[in-house]
Design a protein around this ligand. Structure first.
Ligand SMILES: [Zn+2]
Ligand SMILES: [Zn+2]
Length: 300
């Protein structure tokens, strides 16, 4: 689309060695249009890099009518906000990723960057603060205080702007829940790439927190995730790609993009043993409840 902001400096995925980088073919279109509520369109991946407009065209052709483009640092958050302002198929989420927080803290930049995130969060097509949260997989003990401080400030920003929050929770379920309980979660809180089991799904049900299921839902070694999905209240279930990561089966390991979302959606419908069109319609409704309308300039 014309007027699209140039992508920020190429973000290269690591661990490309040995991966098949050819892009999978498009799946059969979904019977009802819905949204990918978490993707990173700025990442370079695959042999044929898709620019954001191509990626969105290809997604639209299979029934993925809109995307939440998610920032992970100041540069990608600014870019996400610009893209959302220039393309009606995009809404933005802005944040400093939990793995960025300790580094920024050490450099004395955390509070300045958080102020800029706060400013971006007030833009009309920025509809979520994210991805924020806790990651104890990549960040060790010494980074935890900075992560928690950053997470708490992101929670305040989401609340102050009345927008949703997308949580990144990696190996930190209990701590994420305890921070949310201690400081109070924003009204619309989403566990992006939900990675918990039925127990965490019940906690989310109890608090009205949304669970966004990614390509991992299709993985053979993820029965606990499908059990969680079966337990989750239907009105709290969302779907995402987290592209370019976590490509759904049968293409695990190959480049991911929003047009591959239907594989995960079909697996959700199968797991729940419900008609695909009903599942799609409900996922679309849930997503609009969390982020508002893609068609409006501001919250409708
Ligand atoms: Zn994440
Ligand atoms: Zn992500």
């Amino acid at each position: 689309m014309n007027g699209e902001p140039p992508a920020p400096g190429l973000r290269k995925r690591s661990n490309d060695r040995g991966r098949d980088l050819t892009r999978p073919e498009s799946p059969e279109p979904l019977p009802f249009p819905l949204y990918d509520n978490h993707a990173h369109l700025e990442f370079e991946d695959g042999i044929d890099q898709l620019d954001p407009a191509d990626s969105l065209d290809r997604a639209g052709a299979v029934g993925v009518r809109g995307v939440v483009q998610v920032g992970t640092d100041l540069e990608t958050s600014r870019w996400s906000a610009q893209l959302a302002a220039s393309d009606r198929r995009v809404l933005a989420a802005v944040a400093l990723h939990p793995n960025e927080a300790p580094r920024l803290f050490a450099e004395g930049l955390l509070s300045a960057h958080l102020s800029e995130i706060s400013r971006l969060a007030s833009e009309p097509r920025v509809r979520a603060v994210g991805e924020t949260g806790l990651d104890f997989f990549r960040t060790g003990e010494d980074g935890r205080d900075a992560q928690i401080e950053s997470f708490e400030t992101h929670i305040e920003i989401a609340k102050a702007n009345g927008i949703a929050m997308q949580i990144h929770d990696r190996d930190a379920h209990d701590e994420v829940v305890s921070v949310l309980k201690r400081v109070g979660a924003p009204e619309r809180t989403v566990f992006h790439c939900f990675s918990g089991d039925a127990r965490l799904a019940r906690i989310c049900n109890e608090h009205g927190w949304y669970m966004s299921f990614a390509g991992t839902t299709t993985f053979k070694n993820a029965p606990a995730l499908r059990e969680a999905l079966a337990v989750a209240k239907p009105e709290l279930v969302l779907v995402e790609t987290d592209a370019p990561f976590l490509t759904p089966e049968p293409f695990r390991g190959r480049p991911n993009a929003p047009y591959l979302l239907p594989h995960t959606v079909r697996r959700i419908a199968e797991t729940l043993d419900q008609p695909l069109d009903e599942v799609c319609a409900r996922l679309a409704r849930n997503t609009e409840r969390v982020y508002g309308s893609w068609d409006e300039a501001d919250d409708a």
